[in-house]
Design a protein around this ligand. Structure first.
Ligand SMILES: [Zn+2]
Length: 327
C-alpha cells in the first residue's frame, strides 16, 4: 500500500487547525502550526522530504521583535523563540531558529551593535531550536548546551514523521555541562540549569537573573498543549515537574519566554501547569482502570479544554496519546 502524506482526514484536521484565524495567528505563527500539523500525519511518504518541507515552511515566517529590557530582546517566528542579551562584552543568543532563517536572524543581531556573538545556548536538541549551530560556529560563537544535547545531535532521529540525520561535527555544541552552568557578562548573570527528562532529556532553563527573564525552551508551550518527545525520554510527569521548578524561580514581574507561543508571565505558566496536571490526572485514571490508548483517546478526556488549548500546536488526540504513553 502506498502511503500519502495527506489523508482526507488529515486535510480536514489541518484545515480546522489553520482555520483558527486571527486568534491562532496571534498565539502561534500559522505557518509553523501548519508545518507541525502536517508533520503529525504519519506515516509520510518520505520522512527526509517531510523534514525539508517543514524547515522550508518555518523559515518563511517573518521575525517579530519584542524588547524585554535595555539588554534583552525576544525574537519570534521561524522556530522556537530566541532571546538575545546584548552589551559591551558581546552577545548571547538563546536558540537559533531554523536553518533557512539564519540570514534574517544574523541581520537582526548585527543591527543590535558591533559586539561579537560570544555564546549561543541551545535549550535542547530539537531542530527548530539548534538548527543554526553550525552557522553560529562559523561566526566564531561558542555553543553551550547540556551534554545530552551533544549526544542527541550526534544520533539519527525520527520525530513527528520527519527524519533527521546526525549533525555534522561542526554543528555540535562546543561546551557542555551536566547540571548547571553560569555566565557573567554585560552586568548580567545567566544561570543555565538542566532539568530531569521532561520535553526531552536535554532540556535546560536559561535564567537572566538581573533582567528577570526566564527562557524555558520547550518545557513551556504558552497557551497550548505541548509536544513531548518520548523518543528522547520526554514524559508528562517530567513536564509538570519542570513547570513546578520554574515557578519557584520566578516572581510576579518575571518575563517568561516559552519555546513556542507569546511572551508569558507567572500567571500564564501557572495556567499551563494546571492544564498539564488536569490532563495527566484524567488520562492516568482511565489508564489505571485498564483502558487502552485507543479507548482513552476515543473518550475525549480533554474535550472541555480543547477549544482553548488544542488549536496551537498539538492536536488533542495526539497529545492524549503521548500523555498515555509516557505515564
Ligand atoms: Zn522541542
Amino acid at each position: 500500500m502506498e502511503h500519502t502524506p495527506l489523508t482526507r482526514r488529515a486535510l480536514l484536521r489541518t484545515a480546522g487547525l489553520v482555520g483558527g484565524g486571527a486568534v491562532l495567528a496571534h498565539l502561534f505563527p500559522t505557518s509553523v502550526a501548519r508545518a507541525y500539523a502536517l508533520a503529525q500525519q504519519a506515516p509520510p511518504a518520505d520522512p527526509v522530504a517531510a523534514a525539508a518541507a517543514t524547515r522550508k515552511q518555518m523559515a518563511a515566517t517573518p521575525i517579530e521583535v519584542t524588547k524585554l529590557t535595555d539588554a534583552l530582546t525576544m525574537l519570534s517566528g521561524p522556530g522556537g523563540n530566541v532571546v538575545v542579551l546584548t552589551g559591551r562584552d558581546g552577545k548571547v543568543v538563546v536558540d537559533t531558529f531554523i536553518q533557512g532563517a539564519f540570514a534574517p536572524l544574523k541581520q537582526r543581531l548585527d543591527a543590535m551593535g558591533n559586539a561579537p556573538i560570544l555564546y549561543v545556548i541551545d535549550t535542547h536538541w530539537h531542530f527548530d531550536h539548534a538548527d543554526n549551530n553550525e552557522s553560529f560556529r562559523k561566526a566564531d560563537a561558542a555553543i553551550i548546551a547540556h551534554e545530552n544535547t551533544r549526544k542527541r545531535l550526534s544520533e539519527p532521529h525520527d520525530l513527528l514523521g520527519m527524519h533527521f540525520n546526525p549533525s555534522p561535527a561542526g554543528a555540535l555544541p562546543t561546551q557542555t555541562f551536566a547540571q548547571s552552568h553560569t555566565l557573567k557578562l554585560n552586568g548580567e548573570q545567566v544561570d543555565l540549569a538542566h532539568v530531569p527528562p521532561a520535553h526531552t532529556d536535554t532540556d535546560i532553563t536559561v535564567h537572566f537573573t538581573r533582567g528577570n527573564v526566564l527562557h524555558m525552551g520547550d518545557l513551556f508551550f504558552n497557551g497550548m498543549y505541548p509536544f513531548i518527545d518520548a523518543s528522547t525520554r520526554g514524559n508528562i510527569n517530567g513536564m509538570i515537574a519542570a513547570a513546578d521548578r520554574a515557578l519557584k524561580l520566578v516572581n510576579a514581574a518575571t518575563r517568561i519566554v516559552p519555546g513556542h507561543g507569546p511572551l508569558a508571565d507567572r500567571g500564564a505558566l501557572t495556567r499551563y501547569r494546571d492544564v498539564l496536571v488536569t490532563v495527566r490526572d484524567r488520562v492516568a485514571t482511565l489508564k489505571k482502570a485498564g483502558r487502552t490508548e485507543k479507548e482513552v483517546v476515543a473518550a475525549k478526556p480533554t474535550a472541555d479544554l480543547d477549544p482553548a488549548w488544542g488549536k496551537g500546536f498539538m492536536m488533542p488526540d495526539v497529545f492524549v496519546g503521548i500523555v498515555y504513553n509516557t505515564l
